[in-house]
Design a protein around this ligand. Structure first.
Ligand code: PLP
Length: 412
């Protein structure tokens, strides 16, 4: 049996930081194994958001009054915290967005039309979340670019032996995920970015599943863009960020037009601010950004290296224990495996299995996980996914296995 790793962190005591974990669901203690969809929030993040509305609430960058100054200072401090969190050279390389989806769309709608031409190739992988696929489909239809895909092997890893032949000079962008949201596979991001850079392609890393779970440093990765969502890393919904190398951002046209992103406006024409303001039209999610800063503080207090070890420990333990469940098949067996496990049970549709588990207070996700092409690749229409985070425990996994065993009996 996989041995528990020793850690400085008291993972059980840490659960107290998350008020929602006291909830009961259908008469059972909540077991929340759906953090890959959205994580729970610690009290420190909730407090900061409440404090903003109680003591600082005003619009940013506009007012000449005290509250606006407080809100602006707090908002910009969060930008600096996010920059430090990912090793960006400057806070000006951080654009606040609604999340990963908006960050990728921003690049597809601004950088894309300016730097890509008909016949250029956008290289993606077969394991991309729809957020890192559909925006590129829309762009390629618009400008006549082509999409190409790195295939996924049976074990859920990328077929890297095909990478060199796919990475031809026509490839102008390689956009790919750090961690697969369905399979949990961790991709060798730095190595892939270096190869793409060698042929002059720009790189975009979808860090939605890695940012809150493991150390992520844009200098070490060597990417041009990195996209992530706050709500998957203990922050509120409606906030996330796009990192872009400053020279790359500075060469991009605005995303949306409106207040705050202009230098001057006449009835005919406008001029625009430098990044990041150029890309933040309108009133942003101020409370969200402040909450994101607090989430960064919270995760830094524990250490993403520790969180990663904890995730891996739970995953290895779960993978072993799940072998005891009859008729259960795990999709993707990559050695480099983060805290998400997708599985199917011969006798039960993923929706039925996930609903069955919910009766016992176990929250998982059932369906295609916004990964329809990947599900098709594995010959299924969907799967059930258990995903773990810092507040989960081995005892909860034991309980999950009990519930899955009940399900195996029920559906046979
Ligand atoms: N990319 C990956 C790998 C994801 O897992 C997700 C969300 O599940 C997204 C992108 C989209 O994130 P959001 O819906 O927060 O924009």
């Amino acid at each position: 049996m996989h041995k528990a790793v020793k850690s400085q962190v008291d993972w059980t005591a840490l659960r107290e930081d998350f008020p929602i974990l006291r909830e009961r669901v259908n008469g059972h203690p909540l077991i929340y194994f759906d953090s890959a969809a959205s994580s729970q929030k610690p009290a420190s993040v909730l407090d900061v958001v409440r404090n903003y509305y109680e003591h600082e609430n005003a619009n940013v960058h506009r007012g000449l009054h005290a509250l606006s100054a407080r809100a602006t200072e707090h908002y910009e401090k969060s930008r600096q915290r996010v920059a430090d969190f990912i090793g960006a050279k400057s806070a000006d390389e951080i654009i606040f967005t609604r999340g990963t989806t908006e960050s990728i769309n921003l690049v597809a709608q601004t950088w894309g039309p300016k730097f890509l031409r008909a016949g250029d190739v956008i290289l993606l992988t077969e394991m991309e979340h729809h957020s890192n696929l559909v925006p590129w489909q829309l762009l390629s239809e618009r400008i006549g670019a082509q999409l190409r895909f790195v295939p996924v092997r049976d074990d859920g890893t990328l077929a890297l032996e095909k990478f060199s032949s796919l990475l031809t000079p026509e490839v102008k962008l390689f956009a790919f995920t750090h961690v697969s949201n369905s399979l949990g596979t961790i991709n060798p991001v730095a190595e892939l970015c270096a190869k793409a850079k060698n042929i002059g392609a720009a790189t975009l890393v979808d860090a939605a599943q890695s940012i809150g779970h493991m150390p992520v440093n844009v200098q070490e990765i060597g990417c041009d863009f990195l996209a992530f969502s706050g709500h998957k890393m203990c922050a509120p919904t409606g906030i996330g960020a796009l990192y872009g190398r400053f020279d790359v951002l500075d060469a991009m046209p605005p995303y949306q037009g409106g207040g705050e992103m202009i230098v001057s406006v006449t009835l005919e024409k406008s001029t625009f601010k430098k990044p990041p303001q150029r890309f933040e039209a309108g009133t942003p999610s101020i409370a969200g950004a402040i909450g994101l800063g607090a989430a960064v503080d919270y995760l830094e207090g524990i250490g993403r290296g520790e969180i990663f070890k904890h995730d891996v420990d739970l995953t290895q333990y779960a993978l072993e224990r799940m072998k005891e469940v009859p008729g259960l098949r795990v999709l993707g067996t990559a050695k480099e495996h983060a805290g998400a496990i997708s599985f199917v049970m011969d006798a039960a549709h993923p929706h039925d299995l996930t609903t069955f588990a919910d009766r016992y207070g176990l929250a998982m996700r059932g369906g295609h996980h916004c990964n329809q092409p990947l599900m098709r690749r594995f010959g299924v229409t969907g799967s059930t996914r258990a995903s773990f985070y810092l507040y989960n425990t081995r005892e909860e996994i034991d309980r999950m296995v009990e519930i899955l065993q009940k399900a195996a009996n029920f559906f046979k």
